[in-house]
Design a protein around this ligand. Structure first.
Ligand code: SF4
Ligand code: SF4
Length: 343
């Protein structure tokens, strides 16, 4: 068994999004284009029935942490977000909660309603990903309307919500950190946090030219005619690689917007990787295709007590773990943006 009591429940409420962030897994960047990722199901929204099943179907820690964050979508894309958050806090009144958003979806009324559902001594918050100010936020967060995002944040704050401003430092916005911090304090954000850019600087610098994002967004996947080919060479895992399994140590579970349950967002994300052998690596780990981890076919309880978890555990406990586990949870890996889900 991997799980006895869930500590962190990460839920992707929606796989839709209005923004065009170039390194988001919902897209494939190729040359000067940003294309839809054909391996991700980009228009799925979890329902209140599924959420109720998830939060009541398996033992959880008293201070359960619920992270509403997407791999390929923004939680505010789910038009039932208020009902879904209400369902979670009704069944888990002591839970810690974080909603991560680009801030520009829905309207001030929705954000006021969310604030009313989240008054928990700073234990619940919305993390607004604002990567700069009015003249820079959209350079990376393409399509995000600044005025709407600020209006939503203001509505959330004035209704008593605990808001955090999270800013990724890029070469094109790092001169604005102090100004952004000042604005955050003026608007009533409780926290302002910067984080390092995890993508190569030259990737972002190449697409932001003369204060403009030069990528053209295409509402379709890239094709051979665009010169696109999945030809990444296969990487091998060193025998003897030791895994520090965040799923088991952190009692961490990820629920994807299409209702599939995963041990972590890393495996869920690898399932939609543009590189075929990485997708296959994750499919094999998850023993898919199949329905064993599908919340629209089985209850969360049935899924969590399923025998398939043993094979996942045997894999990461073995001398030859799969690529996705080695890439994300090897004790000595040197990945820049190591995920950490152990509390
Ligand atoms: S806001 Fe989030 S989900 Fe939307 S494109 Fe950007 S990174 Fe992806
Ligand atoms: S990558 Fe593997 S070991 Fe790490 S959390 Fe996910 S399933 Fe567990």
């Amino acid at each position: 068994m991997i799980y006895t009591k869930i500590h962190t429940l990460e839920i992707e409420l929606s796989s839709s999004c209005n923004a065009g962030c170039c390194v988001c897994p919902r897209y494939i960047q190729h040359n000067d284009g940003l294309y839809l990722n054909p391996h991700a199901d980009l228009n799925q929204h979890l329902t209140a029935d599924v959420i109720r099943d998830v939060v009541t179907g398996f033992p959880t820690a008293n201070n359960l942490k619920v992270d509403l964050i997407g791999t390929v979508g923004d939680p505010l894309s789910n038009k039932n977000i208020v009902e879904l958050v209400d369902t979670i806090v009704t069944h888990k009144p002591d839970c810690i909660m974080q909603i991560h958003t680009n801030g520009s979806l829905r309207n001030p009324k929705t954000f006021s309603q969310l604030a009313e559902l989240m008054p928990y001594h700073g234990q619940r918050k919305i993390v607004f990903s604002f990567d700069g100010l009015e003249d820079t936020n959209h350079l990376y967060r393409k399509n995000v309307n600044w005025s709407r995002a600020i209006a939503n944040a203001e509505a959330f704050i004035s209704a008593g919500g605990n808001a955090m401003w999270k800013m990724v430092k890029f070469n094109h916005n790092k001169h604005q950190i102090q100004e952004a911090k000042k604005l955050a304090l003026t608007l009533g954000f409780k926290r302002f946090q910067t984080s390092a850019n995890q993508s190569p600087d030259n990737l972002i610098d190449r697409i932001i030219v003369n204060k403009e994002n030069i990528l053209t967004m295409h509402k379709r996947p890239p094709t051979l005619a665009d010169g696109y080919e999945d030809d990444d060479p296969k990487e091998l895992v060193d025998p003897g690689t030791i895994i520090e399994a965040q799923c088991e140590i952190g009692q961490y579970v990820h629920v994807r917007a299409d209702g599939l349950v995963f041990p972590c967002c890393m495996v869920a994300g690898s399932m939609v990787d543009p590189t075929e052998w990485i997708r296959k690596d994750s499919m094999d780990l998850m023993q898919l295709p199949g329905d064993w981890n599908n919340l629209y076919k089985r209850s969360f309880s049935d899924i969590m007590y399923s025998k398939e978890w043993s094979a996942i555990k045997n894999n990461y406990d073995s001398d030859t773990p799969c690529y996705v586990c080695a890439d994300n949870c090897a004790v000595d890996h040197d990945k820049a943006n190591k995920a950490y889900h152990v509390r």
